[in-house]
Design a protein around this ligand. Structure first.
Ligand code: RIB
Ligand code: CA
Length: 311
């Protein structure tokens, strides 16, 4: 059965690959995308998302969301990132984001739905938390969220925090405690499924617009990771957000544990940490299926297969 999905993105090189997978997979119907502050300013994320859709001929709507985190105006915002650049290297779009604001579009779309749309947030959780705050009944209309975010063993924005959660920890706290069923794809999983320069060569050989774009985005990421946070295997990169979308298509691509997760919002050193109760010490009920494992060959095979498609 084809699954409906909405992606909430801060596009971004890995968001871009995730969007192409969601748009081209025969197992998914991409209802639309909302954009959020994150890798680059929100207006740039919106332009990048539209460029990606134009590049592969997708008409799905894009709705611009929150341009600031919920309560932290002092957020150290990246204007240009070594891993994402600023604007993606694709032609400028002529399309505009629709006038309905991202948060309101999420509320209207889920409330009008049959409760059959999976939400896939792969950026900071500001839009999702704002929507849940504004419309608490939304909880009953979202069957599942598959979130790229969080980290148990090590962070990437600080020693303990993963970027998406670190940008807006208060929003992440609202979301994980919302009662919506959640699968979380953290760094612990995404760093075990690395894309290499050889994989990029294979994307280029496949030759479709999506695969060639994926090659250039992944090559840019490899340069950025080599320069800032080299992976254990040289010349490789995680493609975080794509793994979350693949986990919607085929849940067996990740291995999860059902645990209680909360988010640190007051830590001097640990702000934005996803606190994972693997040892069941909190006495709190599990709320998140947290991925600590990944089937890396399956993930790669899915990317090669889906990105070889055209619209
Ligand atoms: O930490 C990885 C996440 O941060 C990904 O979603 C990436 O796009 C960045 O937003
Ligand atoms: Ca992202």
């Amino acid at each position: 059965m084809v699954k409906k999905v909405i992606l909430d993105v801060d596009t971004g090189t890995d968001d871009a690959i995730a969007l192409m997978i969601a748009a081209l997979s025969p197992d998914l119907e991409l209802v639309g995308a909302t954009t959020v502050i994150g890798n680059v300013p929100c207006v740039v994320c919106t332009e990048n998302t539209l460029r990606v859709f134009d590049h592969i001929g997708i008409q799905a709507p894009v709705h611009q969301g929150m341009v600031e985190p919920m309560v932290r105006p002092d957020f150290d915002r990246p204007e240009v990132s070594v891993i994402h650049g600023r604007f993606l290297p694709l032609p400028e779009t002529n399309r505009k984001a629709t006038s309905l604001k991202g948060v309101d579009w999420l509320i209207d779309t889920f409330m009008a739905s049959d409760g059959d749309i999976t939400l896939v947030p792969v950026g900071p959780l500001t839009n999702v938390a704002m929507a849940l705050r504004k419309c608490p009944e939304l909880v009953n209309k979202i069957p599942e969220m598959v979130i790229m975010g969080g980290a148990h063993h090590y962070g990437n924005r600080s020693a303990s925090a993963e970027f998406n959660i670190w940008v807006d920890p208060e929003a992440a706290k609202v979301v994980v405690n919302s009662g919506v069923p959640i699968r979380m794809v953290p760094l612990d999983a995404t760093h075990q499924a690395l894309t290499s320069l050889d994989d990029c060569a294979k994307f280029r050989e496949i030759g479709t617009p999506a695969a060639v774009a994926a090659a250039s985005f992944a090559e840019q990421r490899i340069k950025g990771y080599n320069a800032t946070q080299p992976m254990k295997i040289k010349d490789t990169t995680p493609v975080h957000d794509a793994l979350a979308v693949c986990a919607v298509i085929d849940p067996s691509v990740i291995k999860t544990e059902f645990i209680h997760v909360d988010v640190e919002t007051k830590g001097e050193l640990t702000d934005g940490r996803t606190v994972c109760d693997f040892a069941k010490r909190s006495g709190k009920e599990p709320n998140v299926h947290f991925a600590m494992g990944v089937d890396s060959p399956k993930f790669k095979a899915m990317m090669f297969d889906i990105l070889s498609r055209t619209t």
